[in-house]
Design a protein around this ligand. Structure first.
Ligand SMILES: [Ca+2]
Ligand SMILES: [Ca+2]
Ligand SMILES: [Ca+2]
Ligand SMILES: [Ca+2]
Length: 535
C-alpha cells in the first residue's frame, strides 16, 4: 500500500499537461461575437476553461489494473485534488470579484478544469487575459433533437433476439449486480416497468435543473432509452436487454427539452461520484447518452465534453453514445460520439440494413477512425414510454440511433453480470471483435465494426463456454430446433442478414471435410444424423 503511494505520487506529477503555449487565453469566437453585438453592461453565462488539463493517458495507465472500486476512488481523488490546486489562484481572484458583485453564479468543476459563472464583458476580458486561462466560452444551450415519428407496433423482442441475448439469459446473466445510468430527459419512475429497477436513495437521481426532486420525465425520451436497457423480463415481457440491472439517472434536459454545457458537465461529474464521497463507489458501470452536440452540424468535432468522457473512461466506466441521425452522407459523425473514448452506436432496421438516418464515418475527431463502433437495431424497437396511471403497460415503438445506443449499453451490462471483473475496455473490444461484419468486407464507415452479437462477445470473454457443434440457435445444445432452422434456411426461408450469418457460422456442417459456405438440405441432414447419434 505504502509502496503504491510512492509510485503513485511519482506518476501524479505528470498527470497534468499544458495544451497550449499561448501566453494568455482567449475569448471563444461565439462569445466575442455576442459581446460585440450586445454591449458591455450585459452579464454573460460563460465557462472559464483553464490551461492545465488532466493527462488521462498517464492516469489511465496508473489505475488500469485496480479493482473497479479502487479505480473509481483513485480517479475521483486525483482529478479533484489536481484541479483544485490548479484553480487556487483564479479562485482567489474570483472570490474578490464575487464580493464586488462582478462575478455571479460560480460553479467550480473538477471533472474538467473549469469554472462556470456569469460576468460582464469587462470581467470576461480580464479573465481571458490571465496566463492560466485557455479560453472563456459561452455556456452553450444544447437542444435535444426532435425524435423520429413513432412507428406502428413491432413484434416484442425481435431486437433482443437479434443481438443474441438469450444464451446469456439462459445462463443466468441478466444484468444482476450492474448499475447503468443515462444522461437524458429523466426517467418516468411511475412506469411499473421501471419503478423497482431504480437503485434508490439520494445518490440515484440528479436533476441539475432543479425541477424534480424524485425521478421524473415529461418528454419520454429518457424513459424510452432506459427501457431498452432494463425494462421487462426474460420470460413474457421482452423490452430490456438486461432486465435485472439497476438504473440511476441524471436529467440533463429540462422540461422544455434544453440543457446547458455547464448542466451537462455537472451531470458527468455527478456520475463519477453520485454521493459526493470518493470513499464510496456509487458510480454506475455503464453510462448511456442518446444525444449529441449538433450545433456545428454533423461531420465536425466539438471538444466540450472530451475531458468528462475521458474521466469516466479512465475510471473504468463504459460511455455509450448514439452515433447521430445525420446520415446517409459520409462524414456525418457527431460529438461526443466521435471522441476516441466514446462507444458510438449506429442504427439498423429489422432486416439488419443500415438505416438511412444513421450517421456515417469516418470519425471527425481524427478524420480516419472507423465510425460508428458498431450498429444495433434502432428502427421499430419496442420500449417503455411515459405512464399516465393506466392499468395497461405503457410502451412505444421508436426509431433513431437514440435507441441503438441502449442496446449496446444493455449488452455491456449483461457481460458485466457474467463477469464483474471485466473492464469497460475488455468488454468493448470483445463486442467489436465479435460483431457480425456487414456491408463492405471488414470494418467500414456505414456499419462500423459490424452488428452487435452479445452471445459471441460472451464466448470470446469466456463468460459463456464455447458453443457445442451444430448449436445454431445458441441455446447451449444441438437439438431438433437447430435442424429445423438449417432446413428452413436451405429452402430459402426468408432470414435477415445477421440470422443468415449466424446459421452459416454454426450450421454449415456439410461437406464434413470442408464446409462449402452454403446452407443446403445436406447440412440439415448432417445435423439430424449428429442429433440421432447423440441421443
Ligand atoms: Ca461516491
Ligand atoms: Ca463491414
Ligand atoms: Ca440449439
Ligand atoms: Ca454446407
Amino acid at each position: 500500500m505504502a509502496r503504491w503511494s510512492i509510485v503513485a505520487i511519482t506518476c501524479m506529477a505528470v498527470f497534468f499537461s499544458i495544451r497550449t503555449n499561448a501566453w494568455c487565453g482567449e475569448i471563444a469566437p461565439g462569445l466575442l461575437k455576442e459581446i460585440e453585438s450586445s454591449g458591455p453592461t450585459r452579464e454573460y453565462a460563460v465557462i472559464v476553461k483553464l490551461k492545465e488539463t488532466i493527462d488521462h493517458t498517464t492516469l489511465g495507465a496508473a489505475v488500469k489494473d485496480m479493482v473497479r472500486e479502487k479505480r473509481v476512488k483513485t480517479v475521483v481523488q486525483e482529478i479533484k485534488s489536481r484541479t483544485e490546486r490548479s484553480q487556487q489562484d483564479i479562485r482567489s481572484h474570483l472570490a474578490v470579484r464575487e464580493r464586488l458583485g462582478r462575478v455571479k453564479k460560480m460553479k467550480q468543476f473538477w471533472i474538467f478544469n473549469g469554472i462556470a459563472l456569469t460576468a460582464t464583458a469587462e470581467t470576461i476580458k480580464e479573465l481571458a487575459s490571465r496566463p492560466d486561462v485557455a479560453e472563456v466560452a459561452q455556456d452553450r444551450v444544447i437542444t435535444l433533437g426532435v425524435p423520429a415519428p413513432v412507428s406502428t407496433a413491432a413484434p416484442a423482442g425481435w431486437n433482443l433476439d437479434r443481438i443474441g441475448v438469450r444464451p446469456l439469459w439462459n445462463a443466468g446473466y441478466t444484468g444482476q449486480g450492474v448499475v447503468v445510468a443515462n444522461l437524458d430527459t429523466g426517467v418516468d419512475i411511475t412506469n411499473p416497468e421501471l419503478t423497482s429497477k431504480w437503485r434508490g436513495g439520494t445518490n440515484s437521481w440528479f436533476d441539475p435543473n432543479g425541477e424534480h426532486a424524485t425521478p421524473a420525465d415529461v418528454s419520454g425520451h429518457g424513459t424510452q432509452t432506459m427501457g431498452i436497457i432494463v425494462a421487462g423480463n426474460t420470460v413474457d415481457h421482452l423490452i430490456g436487454v438486461a432486465p435485472d440491472a439497476k438504473w440511476i439517472a441524471a436529467k440533463i434536459f429540462n422540461d422544455a427539452g434544453v440543457t446547458l454545457s455547464s448542466i451537462t458537465h455537472q451531470a458527468f461529474q455527478w456520475v463519477l461520484d453520485p454521493d459526493g464521497d470518493p470513499n464510496t463507489n456509487d458510480a454506475p458501470d455503464v453510462v448511456n447518452c442518446s444525444w449529441d452536440l449538433n450545433s456545428n452540424g454533423t461531420g465536425t468535432v466539438d471538444l466540450e465534453f472530451l475531458a468528462d468522457v475521458q474521466a469516466l473512461r479512465t475510471a473504468g466506466i463504459a460511455v455509450v453514445f448514439s452515433a447521430g441521425n445525420g446520415g446517409p452522407a459520409a462524414n456525418t459523425s457527431v460529438s461526443p460520439a466521435n471522441y476516441p473514448e466514446s462507444f458510438s452506436v449506429g442504427m439498423t432496421d429489422s432486416t439488419d440494413a443500415i438505416d438511412p438516418r444513421s450517421s456515417r464515418g469516418p470519425s471527425a475527431f481524427d478524420g480516419s477512425a472507423i465510425y460508428p463502433a458498431i450498429v444495433t437495431p434502432g428502427a421499430g424497437v419496442l420500449t417503455t414510454d411515459l405512464w399516465f396511471g393506466s392499468s395497461a403497460l405503457s410502451t412505444a415503438t421508436v426509431n433513431g440511433t437514440s435507441y441503438s445506443a441502449p442496446h449496446a449499453a444493455g449488452a455491456i451490462a449483461l457481460l458485466l453480470s457474467g463477469n464483474p471483473t471485466l473492464t469497460a475496455g475488455q468488454v468493448e473490444i470483445a463486442i467489436i471483435r465479435s460483431a457480425w461484419d456487414l456491408g463492405t468486407a471488414g470494418p467500414d464507415n456505414d456499419y462500423g465494426n459490424g452488428f452487435l452479437d452479445v452471445e459471441r462477445a460472451a464466448r470470446q470473454l469466456n463468460v459463456l463456454p464455447p458453443a457445442p457443434a451444430g448449436d445454431v440457435d445458441g441455446n447451449g445444445m444441438m437439438d431438433l430446433n437447430d435442424v429445423l432452422i438449417v432446413l428452413r434456411a436451405a429452402v430459402g426461408f426468408p432470414t435477415t442478414i445477421v440470422e443468415m450469418d449466424r446459421i452459416m457460422a454454426r450450421g454449415d456442417v456439410y461437406p464434413l471435410a470442408a464446409p462449402d459456405n452454403m446452407i443446403t438440405p445436406a447440412d440439415a441432414l448432417t445435423l439430424l444424423r449428429m442429433y440421432v447419434a447423440a441421443h
